[in-house]
Design a protein around this ligand. Structure first.
Ligand SMILES: NC(=O)c1ccc[n+]([C@@H]2O[C@H](COP(=O)([O-])OP(=O)(O)OC[C@H]3O[C@@H](n4cnc5c(N)ncnc54)[C@H](OP(=O)(O)O)[C@@H]3O)[C@@H](O)[C@H]2O)c1
Length: 367
């Protein structure tokens, strides 16, 4: 077995959320995927790189609207690049894969591990020549961003304007980079902490301090007093949604809410409200011109062919060199607690963070 970057480099395993809470709840579990009975239509994949995302933060504290995360005992990790190492007896009938193929998937959980077992139908082939670091950034962040720009709304014609909430993060960065790569010709204004102004400027985004009391007036001033066509909101509080709405064009501007970061305690130890899951809370805050949009329910599940085709379009942009996802930080798999502390602090989050799970690749990247 190739060596991995976990705390047990010659053995397989996975991180488990042992209870809901801060980074310390993550516990390493020595798990042998080959000891389990492999369902006929499933595949075992050795993970090479795995995505770290804001969503991990919400899943770790509880309240994330996926029944697989409703109780502790699951493994985080939304997406990955890996290598097929074993196929169930019927798997290649579902998806023509062979041992040694490079694959990715966006299954929502399970990738912060040395291996993952998935239905063959969930896997998407990538090329062996595709950079496993750059390509690992794509499934969650760039397909969410592509959907936000092209599928959640239909009014973004050239010359339109957008407000990217949390522009420095993985999804915000992806929105800006896709606008540039697909030459969408949009005016981009983004909110973030002032320490990241230079970073988002480098993406072609006009920065506004996310804590500025006059945030709405600043956005209106930057759009000739009119407001933006679309505001994207990943914070999801009543206050944030109202500000996003006021920053849009009168009567026609739209707000697309994608997250509820406001509901996580600042120290990452839990959720602020226990009564309802985050999806229910957000639904209560929606109103005219404010919609919630999810890459899973509104896109991957509702329109699988469209989602798959769009993902391939993003892959092609990376292969052609027109898009190069910004990688904020790389971690060894053994450093999951540190990775979560970095997510919670947010200071170093400028683009996508990843685990490099394959030891040889980690060495190549100086980890
Ligand atoms: N609906 C969907 O389909 C979908 C898909 C993917 C992700 N999401 C959601 O989108 C959100 C962002 O994900 P991500 O992966 O981009 O996160 P990320 O990479 O961790 O970036 C988050 C950034 O947002 C800012 N931030 C953090 N907490 C905040 C708060 N309470 N209020 C305002 N800003 C805050 C911080 O930057 P600054 O300090 O610079 O502002 C932080 O670095 C998450 O809630 C995630 O669950 C939704």
């Amino acid at each position: 077995m190739p060596r991995n970057t976990s705390s047990t480099p010659d053995k397989s395993g996975r991180w488990i959320v042992s209870k809901f809470g801060g980074p310390d709840v993550l516990k390493w579990d020595s798990w042998d995927p080959f000891a389990e009975t492999l369902p006929a239509d499933h595949v075992i994949v050795r993970i090479i790189t795995a995505g770290i995302a804001g969503t991990d933060n919400i899943q770790r504290v509880g309240g994330y609207p996926d029944p697989r995360c409703s109780k502790p005992g699951f493994t985080l990790g939304y997406d990955f690049i890996g290598e097929v190492v074993a196929l169930g007896s019927e798997a290649s009938k579902r998806n023509p894969l062979s041992v040694g193929d490079r694959v990715t998937a966006m299954d929502g959980i399970g990738a912060h591990a040395t291996h993952i077992i998935l239905p063959a139908a969930e896997l998407i082939r990538v090329e062996k020549t595709d950079d496993p670091v750059k390509f690992c950034a794509i499934p969650l962040n760039y397909s969410t961003a592509f959907g936000m720009l092209k599928r959640a709304v239909t009014n973004l014609v050239p010359g339109s304007s957008i407000l990217i909430g949390s522009a420095s993060g993985g999804v915000g960065t992806a929105v800006a980079e896709l606008v540039n790569a697909f030459k969408m010709d949009l005016k981009m204004i983004g909110t973030c902490s002032p320490s990241k102004f230079d970073y988002i400027k480098s993406l072609g985004v006009i920065p506004v301090d996310r804590r500025a009391p006059d945030l709405v007036n600043q956005v209106r001033a930057l759009t000739g007093g009119e407001g933006v066509d679309v505001a994207y909101d990943a914070v999801g509080s009543d206050e944030s949604i109202q500000k996003s709405l006021q920053a849009t064009k009168k009567d026609v501007g739209q707000v697309i809410v994608i997250g509820a970061m406001s509901e996580i305690a600042v120290d990452g130890s839990g959720v602020r409200q226990q009564e309802a899951d985050l999806h229910t809370l957000l639904q209560q805050r929606l109103q005219s011109r404010v919609a919630f949009w999810s890459v899973i329910s509104n896109y991957k599940v509702a329109q699988p062919k469209l989602w798959h085709g769009d993902l391939q379009r993003v892959f092609e942009k990376v292969r052609s060199g027109e898009l190069s996802p910004t990688i904020a930080k790389l971690f060894r798999l053994r450093d999951a607690v540190k990775a979560h502390e970095t997510l919670i602090s947010g200071t170093d989050v400028k683009g996508k963070m990843l685990f490099i799970v394959d030891e040889d690749l980690a060495t190549q990247h100086g980890l």
